[in-house]
Design a protein around this ligand. Structure first.
Ligand code: NDP
Length: 434
């Protein structure tokens, strides 16, 4: 514990995976030899750096940058970059650890990594964002590459930020190395359906879980937290599958719209104007209720998709959801449910999909972007989405079958952790003690 002092989120993520491995010890003792567990919990490399930049008032600002290169047994490190004031080394480590198993679950040749900064993009001008991204890349560029480490977006980092980072990378290296970053704009090597992929993938996963129970999404009430990249496209696909999304949120509050969330309006406010959900409520008028602060999980629903941030759904929220009749909870975000909340869902037999399975569609489609870049190809939206749908189906089957095989049918947490672990562990064992 002292080696990772002050990193509660990393402890939380590691404990969850290690608890699931209890059932593997008896059957596969070879995985517990040669300090494999200790090695898998230790990042291969962590980089922490200074990011100086100049704001619009001509003041010098300093932020801290991070890149954790967690595990490259399956391929180049791969994972997003997060810009949020809550970022610290423990947050990036938990995300990199989760990413390693998530990437393994996709079946694609990608290792795990994650990065970011405590920079707060809120209220910053476009020029400030650009200068910050450029300064961030001036250091990061020496640590990444299409065969080394391939970052992407995450909270606070979308196509705009990836574009500024790619521009600086290209300038520093004097080469057009498209596969060094994913989540790029379509004009310079991005993949169709990458923007939609995480949210769409979560909805596909929910559909598979319900199909296993002989039912579907049609007509079901759904609540989605967040209103960023993952939340917007999860809502879009749930609506396409006939579900009714009645509420979503941002860090200031939530809206309840009993007529169903108007996604065009959300996209206009969030993606174009970069505004707040309170603007949505104002524009919708009396049909819509805005609650400042508070917990969105008080809103009754059958499908709950936490798509904002870690530990946003507490035990108290889980109790409210269960008593209001929730049947599925799928984590669009990384580790949004606290361990107590997860335990309550599992006890109550609520179908529960952990983030490393339910939100793997984003990174899977990033790997498809790398594939398109490597072959200088550009697939249609339909082809890319089809590949995504197949990958999500396969992840569902892998989790489901692994849970069954290890004596816990229907336990997607156990299934995802064991299936992801086995793939990484097999590769690490083949590579020797490195
Ligand atoms: P965005 O920045 O696009 O959106 C984040 C949303 O969550 C915003 O609505 C934001 O509200 C809200 N939010 C962020 N932090 C907090 C907080 N501390 N408290 C309350 N609300 C908060 O990020 P993404 O949609 O890309 O990411 C959301 C989650 O999904 C993260 O956990 C991320 O790691 C995970 N994820 C993302 C993937 C991707 O492809 N983008 C892939 C896999 C997982 P506000 O605007 O007010 O801050």
């Amino acid at each position: 514990l002292h080696r990772n002092a002050g990193e509660p989120e990393f402890h939380q993520a590691a404990r969850e995976v290690l608890e699931s491995l209890g059932r593997v010890v008896d059957r596969r003792p070879e995985y517990f030899e040669e300090a494999l567990i200790e090695r898998i919990c230790e990042p291969e490399r962590q980089i922490i750096f200074r990011i100086p930049w100049i704001d619009d008032a001509n003041q010098v600002q300093i932020n801290r940058g991070f890149r954790v290169q967690f595990n490259s047994a399956l391929g180049p490190y791969k994972g997003g970059i997060r810009f949020h004031p809550s970022v610290n080394v423990g947050i990036i480590k938990f995300l990199g650890f989760e990413q390693t198993f998530k990437n393994a679950l996709t079946g694609l040749p990608i290792g795990g990594g994650k990065g970011g900064s405590d920079f707060d993009p809120k209220g910053r001008s476009d020029r400030e964002i650009m200068r910050f991204c450029q300064s961030f890349m001036i250091e990061l560029h020496r640590h990444i590459g299409d065969k080394v480490d391939v970052p992407a977006g995450d909270i606070g980092v979308g196509a705009r930020e990836v574009g500024y980072m790619f521009g600086m990378y290209k300038r520093l290296n004097n080469r057009f190395e498209a596969g060094v970053l994913t989540g790029k704009g379509l004009a310079y090597g991005g993949s169709r359906a990458r923007r939609e992929a995480t949210g769409f993938g979560t909805a596909y996963f929910v559909r598979s879980m319900l199909a296993r129970q002989g039912t579907d999404i049609e007509g079901r009430r759904c609540v989605v937290s967040g209103s960023g990249n993952v939340a917007i496209y999860a809502m879009e696909k749930i609506q396409a599958f006939g579900g009714k999304v009645v509420a979503c949120s941002d860090s200031s509050g939530y809206v309840v719209d009993e007529n169903g969330i108007d996604l065009d309006l959300i996209k206009e406010i969030k993606e174009v104007r970069r505004g707040r959900l309170s603007d949505y409520a104002e524009q919708r008028g009396s049909e819509c209720r805005y609650v400042a602060g508070g917990s969105i999980w008080q809103v009754p629903c059958e499908i709950a998709l936490p798509c904002a941030t870690q530990n946003e759904l507490s035990a108290e929220d889980a109790r409210a959801l269960i008593s209001n009749g929730v049947i599925v909870v799928a984590e669009g975000a990384n580790m949004p449910c606290t361990p107590d909340a997860v335990a309550l869902f599992r006890e109550a037999n609520v179908l529960f999909a952990p983030g490393k399975a339910a939100n793997a569609g984003g990174v899977a489609t990033s790997a498809l972007e790398m594939q398109q870049n490597a072959s200088r190809d550009s697939w249609t939206f339909e082809k890319t989405e089809e590949r995504l749908a197949v990958i999500m189906h396969n992840i569902h089957e892998a989790c489901d079958q692994t849970a069954e095989e290890y004596g816990a049918p229907g336990d997607y947490v156990l299934g995802a952790n064991i299936a992801g672990f086995v793939r990484v562990a097999d590769a690490m064992r083949s590579l020797g003690v490195i």
